[in-house]
Design a binder for this molecule. Structure first.
Ligand code: CMC
Length: 374
């Protein structure tokens, strides 16, 4: 009997979810039934984080309580602060994020408790502390003093404050918030599936998120937003873009920030993020990256019919906001913690060990020879 293999689980439906729905046929994405672009227009990131985790949008009181909890949990333990100071300055911040969440698991008194109540409390701690730890590393590796979080600042404002020591204007904060909303959740992507797989053995939430971060780091997934910026830096100026992209395609190179396993005629998140990329470029009075963006996109669509994914506009947007390139994927992490957590909780609620089969193609059965006979 020959096994039918679906490499990369291409087109395989492995479970059900209530968290989000990706609809490539109508180029749409909903979180708990709400269109992501509608949420971007009407909500701040905290409201969407609440929605993803709790299933409903919060009213004013619920939002206030959620924000207070997040703000209260921002403080890092001394151990983590000291560890961050000791980490190699050359470490990739994604590895820092992965390590820090893992250390949080060592410290958390509820690590072993997988009840929904304990998991929600742990989620709040991971959600609140991970950006603080990343911002601390952002400063430490530049030889700068760590900046403490401020309770009167929103999630996004506080991240800017801790990285740069100041909060930019409202439009920039809104663009950042929109990027977090668009990054928050995307069904059974690689990192979420990794988190669900780890959870399926009834392991703990810190382990599942640690694994998800490792999975997100790869350039075929979240790491693509950093690769987009490396590509734009290689192109240098709009005048070089046409030649560069045509040569890349002639060489059959994979162009980062393009293509998607599910969306084949455009990523539903791109139009919203492209709009905010334009707004940030206008505020920063820097149109260079937009020009490069448009030229590369046109050639990719004309020659290959391959459309950009969300990492294409977020890369240059974060660059214009002033973030170091290797912090782009960690920003993805601080948002996706919400989606991962909702899936982890969903997996616990209706668990079945994830254990696929493989079609064996190795050596035929053979006898072991004693060491002195080999
Ligand atoms: N550049 C050039 N060619 C591409 C690209 C690309 N970015 N993406 C797909 N193709 C080609 C691919 O070479 C293949 O051609 P052929 O049939 O001639 O061999 C065809 O399109 C189908 O691609 P595939 O790799 O079989 O499709 P997939 O569903 O397995 O891969 C993907 C999806 C995202 C891994 C792939 O499009 C890719 O490597 N993109 C670049 C990395 C990237 O931007 N990742 C971010 C993904 S979305 C957001 C996120 O998760 O962060």
């Amino acid at each position: 009997m020959s096994d039918e293999i679906k490499k990369g689980l291409l087109g395989i439906v492995v479970d059900e979810t209530e968290v989000s729905k990706v609809m490539p046929e109508i180029n749409s994405l909903t979180y708990r039934g709400y269109a992501a672009q509608d949420l971007c227009a009407k909500c701040k990131f905290e409201e969407v984080a609440y929605l993803i985790l709790n299933g409903e949008l919060p009213n004013k009181n619920q939002l206030k309580k959620f924000e207070n909890q997040e703000r209260k949990e921002r403080k890092l333990s001394n151990t983590i602060l000291q560890d961050i100071k000791r980490f190699p300055k050359t470490a990739h911040p994604m590895d820092v994020a992965r390590t820090v969440v893992s250390i949080m698991g060592l410290e958390d008194k509820e690590t072993k408790d997988n009840s929904i109540e304990a998991n929600m409390r742990k989620v709040m701690r991971i959600f609140a502390k991970t950006p603080v730890a990343l911002a601390a590393f952002y400063r430490v590796r530049k030889g700068k003093k760590i900046i403490s979080p401020k309770k009167n600042l929103s999630f996004s404002e506080n991240f800017f404050h801790m990285c740069f020591g100041k909060v930019p204007n409202k439009e920039i904060v809104k663009a950042f918030d929109v990027s977090l909303i668009l990054y928050a959740e995307h069904s059974f992507n690689v990192s979420t599936f990794t988190a669900r797989t780890i959870t399926s053995s009834l392991s703990d939430i810190h382990g599942a998120i640690t694994g998800a971060i490792a999975s997100l780091k790869g350039p075929l997934h979240g790491g693509a937003n950093e690769e987009v910026m490396h590509m734009m830096n290689k192109i240098k100026k709009p005048e070089n873009a046409l030649k560069w992209i045509n040569k890349a395609l002639d060489n059959k190179d994979v162009v980062m920030g393009f293509g998607h396993r599910v969306y084949k005629s455009g990523d539903s998140r791109v139009p919203t993020m492209r709009e905010y990329f334009g707004k940030v470029a206008k505020i920063k009075k820097d149109k260079k990256y937009e020009k490069i963006y448009d030229i590369v996109e046109k050639v990719m669509i004309d020659r290959k019919n391959i459309h950009p994914n969300v990492d294409y506009p977020t890369g240059p947007t974060y660059h214009l906001m002033g973030f170091d390139t290797d912090f782009f994927t960690p920003i993805f992490v601080i948002s996706r913690i919400t989606g991962w957590s909702a899936h982890i909780i969903e997996q616990y609620a209706a668990n079945k060990l994830i254990r696929p089969l493989a079609s064996y193609k190795g050596n035929k059965h053979r006898k072991v020879l004693q060491l002195n006979q080999r």
